[in-house]
Design a binder for this molecule. Structure first.
Ligand code: MN
Length: 206
């Protein structure tokens, strides 16, 4: 039961150097991300098997694995699209206005998201999310791939704070990595996600 597929990167492995090394991207995409895709598909098979046998003894563990692997797949897929060679700078248009409105300024937002990434205990992600309920942007600190997020919120920009994302290049100096990603952000992609999330929220509210 193959339902999830590893997407190609929208650029070459070395395209984000010197900010993210080609070796890191190769392993991160080709091995780590792939493992979440394979893991998610495997759990789907195990769930099907459980239904066929009428044996749900391991349902709690399977659900935990499903949430972990699918969420890992979703976040990595967004992360790759959030970056591009020669990216960085600042967002424009409605996204920039929303950031100013909800965080006070771009600099305050940058500081908040970077701090959220830098203070994760163990493995996780920092994310800029759109919360359709309050119609506003906020940040979350996701533990592992799935804990401590806001239900219904839409991730727009994510920072991988797992050691595999930076250790080969930045070693213990993870804050340097969380600074470096601001040189490769693809703000057009983030703005597109913001526009789509708002549109979807309006449809749901009708
Ligand atoms: Mn990762």
């Amino acid at each position: 039961m193959t339902r999830y597929v590893l997407p190609d990167l929208p650029y070459d492995y070395g395209a984000l150097e010197p900010h993210i090394s080609g070796k890191i991207l190769e392993l991160h995409h080709g091995k780590h991300h792939r493992a979440y895709v394979d893991g998610a598909n495997k759990v789907l098979e195990q769930l099907q098997e459980a239904r066929q046998k009428g044996d749900f003894t391991h349902i709690a563990a399977l659900e935990r694995q499903l949430a972990f692997n699918v969420s890992g797949h979703v976040l990595h897929s967004i992360f790759w699209q959030n970056m591009k060679p020669n990216g960085g700078g600042k967002p424009k248009g409605e996204l920039a206005e929303a950031i100013d409105r909800d965080f006070g300024s771009f600099d305050a937002f940058k500081q908040q998201l970077t701090k959220a990434a830098g203070t994760i205990m163990g493995s996780g992600w920092a994310a800029l999310v759109w919360d359709p309920l309050s119609q506003s942007l906020t940040t979350v600190q996701i533990h592992d791939h799935q804990s401590q997020t806001i239900q219904g919120s839409v991730p727009l920009l994510v920072i991988d704070a797992w050691e595999h994302a930076y250790y080969l290049q930045y070693h213990n100096e993870k804050l340097k990595f969380f600074d470096a990603v601001w040189n490769v952000w693809n703000w057009d992609d983030v703005a597109q996600r913001y526009a789509q999330a708002r549109k979807a929220g309006q449809t749901a509210a009708k």
